[in-house]
Ligand binder design. Structure first.
Ligand SMILES: [Zn+2]
Length: 95
């Protein structure tokens, strides 16, 4: 997932479309968001690829958090997504 983001991603059996928006919350330092009604993950299109990948992992954990009502804080979601992103990037044959 480091060179290019996939067009869709399946999380817990649901297929989410991945789209890019160059104007996504540029003023808020927000790089991604997920819409559960349309099953769409939107990533800020202006970010470099490592930031986009990080944002995608973040939204994946947001989805798991919401689906399972884990009530994880944004900070914990950030920690878990950063760790998983790092593991995926350090272990290319794993994922
Ligand atoms: Zn978040």
């Amino acid at each position: 997932m480091t060179d290019q983001l996939p067009k869709t991603i399946r999380v817990s059996g649901q297929v989410f479309k991945i789209v890019f928006d160059d104007n996504l919350a540029n003023d808020e330092d927000k790089f991604g968001n997920v819409n559960f009604r349309t099953l769409t993950i939107t990533i800020n299109g202006t970010c470099p690829i490592p930031v986009k990948t990080d944002a995608l992992w973040h939204e994946i954990i947001e989805i798991i958090n919401a689906q399972n009502e884990l009530k994880l804080s944004h900070n914990k979601i950030q920690c878990i997504s950063n760790a998983l992103n790092q593991i995926a990037s350090d272990n290319k044959d794993l994922i």
